[in-house]
Design a protein around this ligand. Sequence first.
Ligand SMILES: [Fe+2]
Length: 476
Amino acid sequence: MSKTNPEAIAEHISEKSPATINALVQNDTLAAADNPVLQGNFAPVNKELTLENFAVVGHVPEALNGTLLRDGPNPVDPQANHHWFNGDGMLHAIKFENGRVSGYRNRWLRTEALAKKTGLQAASVKGTKQLVQGTGNVNVIAHGDKILALPELGLPYEVDLALATKGLFDYSGRLKGSMTAHPKIDPETGEMLFFGYEMVPPFVNFHCVNSRGELTRSVPIELPKSIMMHDFGVTATRVIFMDLPVVFDFQLVEQGVGMPFAWDDKHQARLGIMDRDSTSGDVTWIDIEPCYVFHPMNSYDDDDNIIMDVVRYEKTFTRPEDKYERSAQLIRWTINVAAGTVDSTLLCDVDQEFPRINPAYECYPYRYGYVVEVGGAHGFKGLLKVDHAAGSTEVHAVGIDKAASEPIFVAAGVAASPASAQGEDAGFILTVVYDAVTHLSELHIIDAQNFTAEAVAIIKLGARIPFGFHGNFVPA
Ligand SMILES: [Fe+2]
């Protein structure tokens, strides 16, 4: 076991930052701004780094070969009223090779918006793609032979493992609108299912991409108005859309509000269930109690019912205060489509966000979920492992004055069959942890089967990764 030595870390940092962008970005003074999402580890970083040789506490598992990719907002020119969800997209890559972490780098996505602000060259944009550009700041996924940085609204950007932006990506012209940041990849079929929401009717479109990465089907989903639909549920046979009372408000656009969405008491909350292979967009809608959900943990078929586990807020985007709602709990929706009912059961009452599972169980019955505990001095605390079979929750503490981020599960064998005999939780949780004392980030690797124990490895990155949203591990 090597010992942590901050001086040794600094010694080994080889910074090969592109001088151009680093000279253009000067936002060190932002910490003084009276805005919680410009302070602490919410504050953007102002450099693109390429680092190698890291101090490590513990032992990096040999099974981890590949790259952990993460995405988040990192505004070049944040304003005092900056909203966390906005801001130029920045990607982070941590590379694993044969029992060691061999590199870290971060890069802004080369969007046209970034180019206008910095004078840098934007990635190529052609034809109608110009109509639907987003920030690409929410999630980064691999499917087919593509790596895509995903937005809340707009087209994805294709990138590579070195984090170069290749350009806006529209499935050979077949995708004409937005792509959610939360597509679902069916581990059995290799298909990727997603939707996109818009400001104009039909407001939502559903899309299916086959395992070869070809967009094969698009279906309009008609809603009464434009809403914020951040995520959805997919089972082996059905799709669940969440029509919840956070609605697009044009008046807020006119007022210059960065996130022009607001809670609307008059908007009926409901779930929409559609056959996964639908070509008609025929949806069965079931009313539910008002709430908001950014993220389901997972969804699956259970005989005649659909189980959908979600992190549920009572309300969010309430105006005019629009505070950052931090209280959300894990609940289970049991959806009976024939009866038109949704039963709600509390699974875990700890405030939480960013639920993830072993991706081999996505869309199918599962036992374990992993999630960040919300709260504390730095915005987030440690991690939770929820065991649905036992009805219990374990806590992994990341340390005093430290804050975890989204827990990403990587199977122990990585390339091994999903439902391997090793079990659903045979693998590692990767989480980027902020150290408030050093104001730097670490990567913690946790044995998912020994969840409450200390991390098997802590890699001192020698850089800070601001709190972002989502990411995924791409095996080598
Ligand atoms: Fe999300």
